[in-house]
Design a protein around this ligand. Structure first.
Ligand SMILES: CC(C)(COP(=O)(O)OP(=O)(O)OC[C@H]1O[C@@H](n2cnc3c(N)ncnc32)[C@H](O)[C@@H]1OP(=O)(O)O)[C@@H](O)C(=O)NCCC(=O)NCCS
Length: 270
């Protein structure tokens, strides 16, 4: 997500948010921008982890603790903390004060305090990302490039025929990456719609242009009621081992600018 890279954005004015975010001012989030925050949940310092745990509700802590493996418990913790710290960068609300609800398909949304902020998160091995906007529908998906998948089977099963065909026609050496590109884009769109897998995955497909990647197009079959002009997409490598796709509701003809920030207090490289 290298549309723009600015390390270390500002935090909310309260001490708790400042300490967590490691900086001082409320960060502006204009309507024509979306901000992508990334965290690397590999750190293990007990004091840091305890500080993050303290931001969560009892229910969130219990949910994070239910994962069997330590690595997943840490990722669960960092995910909840990243959402809270990210939202608190844009207003005078301490991270621990946010309350969330889920829509009927499981998408977390802000319940209180009332806010125009919208967010979506994704986690995968070694990376957690949170995309935030003011009032725009959005979705984000991160995938590890090292993850092994039975990708041709999955493409036949889930992708639209045009995507499965494009994949088979791609040079053999490019196929795996191309599969992951389609996969992350499809997930980002599904997540932006907030409907989970009730949205037929074969009911929409992507045109992936050669570089630059800011002209990625989407098309729909009648089974998915939507307008291609409503969305913009991005697809970027984040470091050597991750791919991140975003789907963002457009601002008319203007392209929404995606800025990338690394959440230093959460293991971002800063
Ligand atoms: C749940 C789903 C929305 C994303 O799952 P995923 O890609 O495995 O996981 P990600 O890490 O990217 O996203 C998970 C986060 O999305 C959010 N989420 C959950 N349901 C959501 C929904 N309906 N809409 C948007 N976001 C949702 C949550 O914040 C969740 O994290 P949390 O439970 O820790 O809060 C859904 O798309 C899914 O189950 N996908 C299964 C995979 C699949 O079949 N993909 C085919 C692609 S071709």
């Amino acid at each position: 997500m290298r549309a723009d890279t600015s390390a270390n954005g500002g935090a909310g004015p309260r001490a708790e948010a400042r300490a967590a975010a490691g900086s001082a001012a409320v960060l502006p989030l204009p309507a024509d921008e979306a901000h992508l925050w990334s965290a690397r949940p590999a750190f293990t310092e007990p004091a840091r982890l305890a500080r993050l745990r303290a931001m969560l509700t009892d229910e969130e802590r219990a949910r994070a603790d239910r994962f069997r493996f330590l690595r997943d418990r840490r990722t669960g913790l960092v995910t909840r903390a990243l959402v809270r710290i990210t939202l608190s960068r844009y207003c005078d609300v301490p991270p621990a004060r946010w309350r969330f609800r889920t829509n009927e398909h499981g998408r977390p949304e802000i319940a209180s305090p009332a806010s125009s902020l919208r967010f979506n998160v994704s986690h995968t091995e070694g990376l957690v990302v949170c995309l935030v906007s003011r009032g725009r529908e959005l979705g984000v998906d991160a995938e590890s490039l090292e993850r092994d998948r039975r990708w041709l089977d999955l493409a036949d099963r889930y992708f639209a025929p045009a995507e499965a065909r494009a994949l088979r026609e791609a040079p053999a050496a490019r196929r795996r990456l191309r599969f992951l590109e389609y996969w992350t884009l499809k997930e980002s769109y599904v997540k932006a719609r907030g409907r989970g897998l009730t949205l037929p995955l074969s009911g929409f497909w992507f045109d992936l242009p050669a570089l630059p990647r800011d002209r990625i197009g989407i098309r729909f079959t009648p089974s998915v009621e939507d307008d291609p002009a409503r969305w913009q997409f991005s697809l970027e490598s984040l470091g050597p081992s991750h791919l991140v796709a975003t789907a963002i509701e457009r601002a008319g003809a203007t392209r929404v600018r995606v800025r990338h920030y690394e959440a230093e207090a959460l293991g971002g490289r800063g």
